[in-house]
Design a protein around this ligand. Structure first.
Ligand code: ATP
Ligand code: MG
Ligand code: MG
Ligand code: MG
Length: 435
């Protein structure tokens, strides 16, 4: 991709409304544009990152055996009257009336919708277990939308739902999601800590929040410091017994704010980490909370009608874009972890229009493309300083600077954004270093 053909509306100044790094850099790097409070458009650079995150989430859901569906954003109020949540949900729900006077709403979550789908189809115990998920926009009329897309009103969520015959089986679904979340966040270069959490308006008896440590986070985290050393498991057999993995992770103290009682906390103060964090995921087991009022039952092997055991499992896909930036930036801009970077390599052409420089950039671009890497070439006629500043701001993992002086000696400069390390190498060595 050529920068001259791309749409990258970079801001030189810090926008006054942005209080935290991720919001500031997302605006400055032209990733998003606010439409109204808490509602954003995603511009090409931001959209590329959003799609990469979404794809990692999708691959890990698929690996865990969840099936992708797509439910609508607009739901009928009657479904929520069945579960009793239409009145309970309060002002966070955006309520709409259609031209026939029917009450509708923009979905803040989909428990009712998916329960309706499943109850219409499932007849017997042979139809379970099932795990269904979708990645869809949600709307919650947050009292205080802030920090850009971190607390938006419209936001992209992955929400999965499990249907099982009994508690034991639904516990297996919960464990699948628990383990897949560890993998999902690690693949994005994040350390997300599972905390014991209260179940709140979703209800239920078992729940974990996945939180990324960041000083600007809105959640409080209390955990034993040993947990910070844990790494996500690899080579998971999702059909096998995942309980040992979940037990290992949950054997160490980690609690969200409302679950933490200093008087009851078993961790000595010296070992207790008290930090702030960003909630990037949340899983719930809630048994028959929706299946009972909504009549979602199947006949068991004994011929008895049985209410389905359910759970729901959310990931804040759009919030993760901000969460990753909070966890990975410096004073000059964003530092994308490779798996979610909008482009892998940025090539700075210091003298666009110069035949040698243009040819060298084109050659590099082709070789990277052949290796499956995405490249952004700055072929504009901005001055060098501005080009370097933009490259650092948008945070591509690798930068290659191509200039006439270097080319005379057959070299370019390769820079790793994360470490700032620079090296002069031949064109060939530059490719080998990055690929
Ligand atoms: P929060 O505590 O931040 O308000 P929540 O507990 O209300 O979040 P859940 O109902 O658990 O959110 O939704 C699942 C996930 O959706 C959250 O873990 C979070 O990552 C994401 N999410 C929730 N609200 C927002 C929002 N307003 N903007 C962006 N992402 C959100
Ligand atoms: Mg909330
Ligand atoms: Mg929460
Ligand atoms: Mg939550």
């Amino acid at each position: 991709m050529r920068l001259s053909q791309f749409f990258l509306p970079v801001l030189k100044e810090n926008p006054a409304e942005a209080q935290i790094a991720s919001h500031r850099y997302m605006l400055r790097a032209g990733m998003i544009r606010q439409s109204s409070a808490g509602i954003y458009s995603w511009l090409p650079l931001g959209f590329r990152v959003l799609k990469k995150i979404e794809q990692i989430v999708r691959e890990e859901q698929d690996a865990a055996g969840a099936l992708e569906v797509l439910m609508p954003t607009i739901q009928p109020a009657d479904l929520w009257r069945e579960s009793g949540r239409y009145d309970d949900y309060g002002k966070e729900m955006l309520r709409i009336t259609d031209r026939h006077g029917r009450d509708m709403l923009y979905g803040p979550t989909n428990e009712e919708q998916i329960t309706e789908i499943f109850r219409a189809a499932a007849r017997s115990y042979r139809d379970v277990p099932k795990l269904l998920y979708h990645i869809q926009w949600k709307f919650r009329d947050e009292v205080r939308p802030r920090f850009g897309i971190m607390r938006g009103r419209e936001f992209l969520m992955k929400d999965a739902y499990s249907f099982d015959l009994d508690y034991e089986s639904s516990r297996r679904a919960y464990n699948k999601m628990f383990v897949s979340y560890l993998r999902t966040f690690e693949r994005m270069g994040l350390q997300a800590i599972p905390l014991r959490a209260a179940t709140g308006p979703i209800g239920g008896d078992l729940s974990h929040e996945f939180v990324v440590l960041a000083d600007t986070g809105e959640s409080e985290v209390f955990c034993h410091r040993d947990l910070l050393e844990f790494r996500a498991p690899t080579d998971i057999d999702y059909d096998g017994d995942l309980q040992p993995i979940v037990d290992r992770w949950t054997s160490i103290y980690a609690a969200a704010d409302e679950m933490h009682d200093p008087a009851e906390c078993p961790v000595p103060d010296a070992d207790l980490v008290k930090r702030r964090g960003i909630e990037v995921g949340h899983i719930f087991h809630f048994g028959s909370k929706y299946s009972k009022p909504m009549g979602a039952t199947v006949t068991g092997p004994d011929g008895q009608e049985t209410e389905l055991q359910m759970g729901s499992y959310g990931i804040g896909v759009s919030r993760l874009v901000g969460g990753i930036i909070e966890a990975s930036h410096d004073g000059d801009g964003i530092i994308w972890p490779d798996p979610v970077a909008p482009f892998h390599v940025g090539i700075v052409n210091l003298k666009a229009g110069d035949a040698d420089c243009d040819a060298a950039c084109e050659g590099l671009e082709t070789q990277f493309a052949n290796a499956g890497l995405e490249v952004l070439v700055d072929d504009t006629d901005e001055r060098a300083g501005a080009k370097f500043a933009t490259m650092d701001l948008i945070g591509l993992p690798w930068q290659i600077v191509v200039g006439p002086r270097g080319l005379k000696n057959g070299v370019v400069e390769v820079k790793r954004r994360r470490s700032g390390e620079k090296e002069e190498t031949t064109l060939e060595a530059a490719v080998n270093k990055v690929v």
